[in-house]
Design a protein around this ligand. Sequence first.
Ligand code: FES
Length: 158
Amino acid sequence: MSDERTAGANGAAGDAPVAPAGNVAEVPPSGPLCLTGRIRVEVAGEVVADTGDVALCRCGHSRNKPFCDGSHRRVGFDDPGTIQGGRLVPGSEEAVPGDAVVIVCAANGPLLVRGPLTVAASDGAKSQGTKGALCRCGASSTKPFCDGTHKNTGFEAS
Ligand code: FES
């Protein structure tokens, strides 16, 4: 199985009760975000994926954004898959177990989390919440979260 589709997560538990287990974004080293659960991905207001398993590009080089196409290997994307800064936060609405998470792809910007999600880093660290911004340009210094660097690098998502 290629890492574009490898996830293997299933409702990792954590210490903050803000996000029910179920939707997980694994962060493998030097690879994509591997999401499992109830995942909806939106681009420009359109649902481009409504699925239980999807790999989203976080290196910034996929030719099929927001999806991973394996380009991270071609470009030598190098990242430990740990949480280097940032976190998910509780949203204004209470998350209900079984809720889908919506990933809104901001124009030339990050992956905006709207709904319950656990980010599971490669070293076992977790961040749970219902709101946040995940890097997809590959240049954030707080990967897997966005730090705004895409604005400086001229990241183009299309
Ligand atoms: S992470 Fe796989 S193509 Fe970007």
